[in-house]
Ligand binder design. Sequence first.
Ligand SMILES: NC(=O)c1ccc[n+]([C@@H]2O[C@H](COP(=O)([O-])OP(=O)(O)OC[C@H]3O[C@@H](n4cnc5c(N)ncnc54)[C@H](OP(=O)(O)O)[C@@H]3O)[C@@H](O)[C@H]2O)c1
Length: 320
Amino acid sequence: MPRTLTCDPALFEKDLSGRVYIVTGANSGSGIATTEQLVRQGAHVVAACRRVAAGEEATRHLSSERGSVEVMELDLDSLASVRSFVDAFRAARSRLDGLVNNAGVMNTPEGRTQDGWETQFGVNHLGHFLLTELLLDTLKASAPSRIVCVSSVAHVGLRNQPATLDLDDPNFEAREYDGVAAYNQSKLAIVIYARHLAQRLEGTGVSVFSTHPGWIRSNLVKHTMPTWVQNVVMRPLSGVLGLLSFEEGAQTQLHCLLDDEAPSHSGEYYSQNSVLYPDKADRPGGWPMRSPNPLVYDDALAARLHEASVKMVGLEAGRA
Ligand SMILES: NC(=O)c1ccc[n+]([C@@H]2O[C@H](COP(=O)([O-])OP(=O)(O)OC[C@H]3O[C@@H](n4cnc5c(N)ncnc54)[C@H](OP(=O)(O)O)[C@@H]3O)[C@@H](O)[C@H]2O)c1
């Protein structure tokens, strides 16, 4: 198993006092570990959680750290909730140094978001798309600032199913629904969006990254296998499988947020190691690395995704 990529310890010595970050899905997994590290370094983190009580429970222990954390409600399953979150955030703060689009769902049973989009495409991509677009003015005004879009090795494919993006059928109405194919599609959309957004933001001082955080022992697999199987049965095989702790799963995002060189790689894909890359040469990961999925570099597809996403979330064309 390739070694786990970890941040230069000097990055964790940086003083982040006065800086403001938003982390979505901050009550669990890599989201809570990212939040903890930023707060430890003095930042103010808005933990954007769909379950506010769970967010407060998860972040309570951070009150003794140098920085601060506040929990705000954000349900990415609802575009109205995304808009309410942004309104509330902008009413309270004019600064945003970093946005971490971390929340996600995987391999869910067939379903629709409150706005009628396939659940994984809707929550993982469209909810974060609207959130990001509505926060761009604040990010630009706070430049240099950074956006980290958490994707997955699944953007290449999982279970021998290469990831594809079907903008004519994002909801799996013309093809049979498959939870893994829908996850792959949503995670591919994220990497394509991050690269396209970086091009749009060139010269603004806002940089954008997509990541694969690694295979983390988290709740994400709850629709794929009972979490206890991962914790009890697979944990002893952690070394072979490359299963990571929450802290290890936060390293790639933290590197993108804190590394001085990262902005010169805006738009690129940063990956923790993964045994799931089809080609062995990709398995060590890389900060950054070239995505093995050629669709990531299809500029026409990226433009179509942007146009389609603008329509799907109800942002008038030209506004973003
Ligand atoms: N775990 C892995 O091996 C792995 C591998 C590759 C990529 N990733 C990606 O890494 C990210 C973090 O995953 P994780 O492993 O830390 O999983 P996790 O522990 O399940 O965390 C996911 C977070 O997303 C939140 N979330 C789910 N639906 C939401 C919604 N509708 N609105 C707002 N928040 C929502 C969850 O909130 P609740 O607690 O309320 O459900 C939770 O806080 C995800 O984007 C995932 O796709 C993970």
